[in-house]
Design a protein around this ligand. Structure first.
Ligand code: NAD
Length: 375
């Protein structure tokens, strides 16, 4: 097959959907790989590194190769011009932001292009190596703590020096999924005293196993808060009020708060009110990892670091892109691992929706939007 890799066009998107290592493996599998010029530069992979592994480099916009590709690998949803230039029946695989993709899917259907959303990779054992949400969230959780440490005007670990003792930072992680658990582990490694909360009971043991204290309203609703897919349910207003009451006094004492709480397909739950921010000491830092989904903090401004009475709230909207080399390498590996599921024995494209992983990820096929999760 001819596999195309485009250069990302969204502002601040530094990742790329293939790295030299995955190109080598794709070519080893018998595919041709065509990389748009400079696609990997921002992530530290120049055209020459791809060429060295056997890829061809196409001009900006992919030139004549665009209409010849069987599959387009991308990170974010490509622009319409790129989709319109693909051949009929091609496949596009990327982080297509499926929950809000409805209107963006018309050009795919016009050309009978199959759009596959990496976000919809099911959370089953067989799909773990393809799970891009996990690979990216893990890096993002790490990076969130690094950003917090850089914004925080004090040291994270306890330091006993001849000139006096520096107290360890107190860090609180809200949402202990993939990103949150990595944030806990990173904050612990940096020497902070860490606590965490989540609405899913399974998170309790995981938080404790990382040496952090678990804080949550553990009522009947909490015991039933996990969906079959492992995600959190939207909690009732009553639960959220109890949760806010419990966490308010805790947040007031924290130096660093990292929020990661998400509910698939919905705006992020608001966990930190203006009053809670005002209760924190000047110098404290909040990194709101849910900023792109509306934020977990009422005062978060997506894409900005705001200062509220000395408390800084960072609303980075694309933390994985702040580690573009590793984020690209892991994402590219997720795509490589997925490819066999849509490759027939003769090495040609087969979109087999009898496979539950493929079926979950397909948004459009044969000119129709087939996923009922697209809104
Ligand atoms: P996510 O990014 O959707 O959400 C982040 C966290 O926020 C979740 O832990 C969620 O429970 C929590 N949350 C939601 N509302 C909250 C609230 N009001 N207060 C506090 N926390 C709140 O989650 P994720 O990182 O994608 O992980 C979800 C689950 O899926 C986890 O249990 C994870 O271990 C599991 N998972 C399984 C696999 C697999 O292959 N089996 C792969 C990846 C993740």
């Amino acid at each position: 097959m001819k596999i195309l890799v485009s250069k990302e066009t969204e502002a601040g998107e530094l990742r790329v959907a293939a790295v030299p290592d995955t190109v080598k493996k794709l070519i080893g599998l018998g595919h041709d790989v065509i990389i748009e010029t400079d696609a990997g530069v921002a992530a530290g992979f120049p055209d020459s590194a791809f060429e060295a592994e056997g890829a061809s480099i196409a001009p900006a916009g992919l030139g004549d190769s665009l209409g010849e590709g069987d599959i387009l690998f991308c990170v974010r949803r490509p622009n319409e011009a790129l989709i319109s230039g693909l051949k009929d029946g091609a496949v596009v695989i990327g982080l297509l932001d499926p929950f809000s993709a409805k209107d963006a899917l018309a050009p795919y259907n016009a050309k009978k292009i199959a759009a596959l959303a990496m976000e919809f990779t099911p959370r089953i054992t067989r799909a773990q190596s393809m799970d891009a949400l996990s690979s990216q969230s893990n890096l993002a959780g790490y990076r969130a703590v690094i950003e917090a440490a850089a914004l925080y005007g004090r040291a994270m670990p306890m330091m006993m020096t001849a000139a006096g003792t520096v107290a360890p930072a107190k860090a609180f992680v809200m949402g202990a999924g993939v990103a949150g658990l990595q944030a806990i582990a990173t904050a612990r490694r940096l020497g902070a005293v860490v606590s965490a909360t989540d609405v899913r009971p399974a998170a309790k043991e995981q938080v404790a196993s990382l040496g952090a204290k678990f804080i949550a309203v553990e009522d009947e609703e909490f015991k039933a808060a996990e969906t079959a897919g492992g995600y959190a349910k939207q909690m009732s207003d009553e639960y959220q009020a109890k949760q806010a009451e419990l966490t308010a006094s805790h947040i007031a004492k924290q130096d660093i708060v990292v929020t990661t709480a998400l509910i698939p397909g919905r705006p992020a739950p608001k966990l930190i009110s203006k009053e809670m921010v005002e209760s924190m000491s000047p110098g404290a830092v909040i990194v709101d990892m849910a900023a792109a989904n509306g934020g977990n903090c009422e005062l978060t401004k997506p894409g900005e670091v705001v200062d509220i009475g000395g408390v800084r709230i960072a609303g980075f909207t694309n933390l994985p892109a702040r580690l573009p080399a590793d984020a690209s390498a892991l994402y590219a590996k997720n795509l490589l691992n997925f490819l066999p599921l849509i490759t027939g024995e003769d090495g040609q494209l087969v979109l087999d929706t009898d496979d539950e992983i493929v079926a979950a990820m397909v948004l459009t096929q044969n000119g129709e939007t087939v996923s009922d999760r697209v809104q």
